[in-house]
Design a protein. Structure first.
Length: 311
C-alpha cells in the first residue's frame, strides 16, 4: 500500500532574509545583524514542511510549480529534494527567473516581505494538466494565492475530481472576493487575521470574533474553516461543530513560516486520517514550533517534536 500523498500546488521562491534590531521606516536605512539565503514560497514551504512531518507518520509530499532555469532554481530543487519532496511534476521555465522574496525581520519576530513572483506568475492551467498523475494520487491538495488564480481554481477542481481534500490558504490576502466556483471546491480554508478580515469584514481578535468569521467563511461555500489568530489561538468550524485551540506559550524568534507549517500540519493530520479538530490541533502545534526558530521551510518541525506536545 502506498503512503497517502499531500500535493502542494503553488509558489517556489528563494528567500533572502536580513535580521535587524528593528524594521526600517520608509526612506530609512538600518544596519542588519545577519542574513541568510534559503528555500521559500508558500507552495515550497508547505510541501517541505509536510514532507518533514509526514515522514514520521507514513505520509508523502509532492510539489507542483515552476522554477527558473537559473542558479536560484537549482538551489530550490536541491533544497526540496533534501526535504524528501517528490519533484517529478515541478517544471523549469526558461522564460522566467525563479521567484525571489526579500525578507526583513526585527528582534520582536515581526517581518516585512517583498516578493518578486518570477516563474510563479507563469503557472497556469497547463501545469495542472501536466501533473495529472500526481493529482490522481493525492489525498490532500494544498493551495495558496501566490500563483495566478485561474491555476489555483483548476488545481482545486482537479483535486476534488480525484477525491482529495482541498485546503486553501488564502495568502496573500486577496484584494477582492474569490470566485464562488472556487469556494465550492474548498474543504478547509485557513486564513490568518488580515486574510479573514479581507474575506469576511470581521477582524478576529478573539474566539467569539473568529467563530463569527468562520461561519461567514462557511456561508461563502467552504466546507470548514480554521481561523488563525497568531498568538491568540485558532478557531475551527465544520458545520454546526466548532472549537477553540488555545495558543502554546513559546518564545518567538520569527513568524515567517508559521502559517505554512500550520497548513502542512493540518494536511498531514487529514491525510493520516485524523478528524478536523485533531488535525487543527496538530497544525497549531506545528505553527507554534515554527516561530521558535529562524528560517522558512527550515523552521518546520518533525513528527517527534509534534507528538511530544500532542501527548
Amino acid at each position: 500500500m502506498t503512503n497517502p500523498l499531500i500535493l502542494s500546488f503553488g509558489s517556489i521562491n528563494i528567500d533572502v532574509t536580513a535580521r535587524t534590531r528593528r524594521l526600517p521606516r520608509p526612506g530609512e536605512t538600518v544596519h542588519g545583524e545577519s542574513y541568510a539565503i534559503g528555500l521559500g514560497g508558500k507552495g515550497a514551504n508547505q510541501a517541505a514542511a509536510a514532507a518533514r512531518l509526514g515522514a514520521g507518520v507514513g505520509v508523502s509530499a509532492a510539489l507542483v510549480g515552476r522554477i527558473g532555469r537559473d542558479a536560484f532554481g537549482a538551489r530550490a530543487r536541491e533544497a526540496l529534494g533534501a526535504f524528501g519532496v517528490e519533484l517529478e511534476a515541478m517544471r523549469e521555465d526558461a522564460a522566467h527567473p525563479t521567484g525571489l522574496a526579500l525578507i526583513g525581520i526585527e528582534e520582536s519576530g515581526e517581518n516585512c516581505i517583498t516578493v518578486v513572483g518570477g516563474a510563479n506568475m507563469a503557472v497556469g492551467v497547463a501545469d495542472v494538466a501536466e501533473a495529472e498523475a500526481v493529482f490522481a494520487r493525492a489525498a490532500v491538495v494544498l493551495l495558496q494565492l501566490e500563483v495566478p488564480l485561474a491555476a489555483v481554481s483548476a488545481a482545486a477542481e482537479r483535486g476534488r475530481a480525484a477525491g482529495a481534500r482541498v485546503v486553501l490558504d488564502p495568502a496573500p490576502a486577496p484584494s477582492g472576493p474569490l470566485p464562488a466556483a472556487l469556494w465550492s471546491l474548498v474543504d478547509v480554508v485557513t486564513p490568518n487575521e488580515s486574510e479573514t478580515e479581507a474575506l469576511t469584514g470581521i477582524r478576529p481578535e478573539g474566539p467569539e470574533d473568529a467563530a463569527r468569521a468562520a461561519r461567514a467563511l462557511l456561508a461563502l461555500g467552504a466546507r470548514a474553516a480554521a481561523v488563525k489568530m497568531g498568538g491568540r489561538g485558532v478557531w475551527w468550524q465544520q458545520g454546526e461543530s466548532g472549537g477553540f485551540v488555545p495558543p502554546l506559550p513559546v518564545r518567538v524568534v520569527d513568524t515567517v513560516a508559521a502559517g505554512d507549517c500550520f497548513n502542512a500540519g493540518l494536511a498531514v493530520g487529514l491525510a493520516a486520517g485524523r478528524d478536523l479538530a485533531e488535525a487543527v490541533r496538530m497544525a497549531a502545534i506545528c505553527g507554534a514550533l515554527a516561530v521558535t526558530r529562524p528560517g522558512a521551510a527550515e523552521a518546520a518541525p518533525d513528527w517527534e517534536e509534534v507528538r511530544a506536545l500532542l501527548a
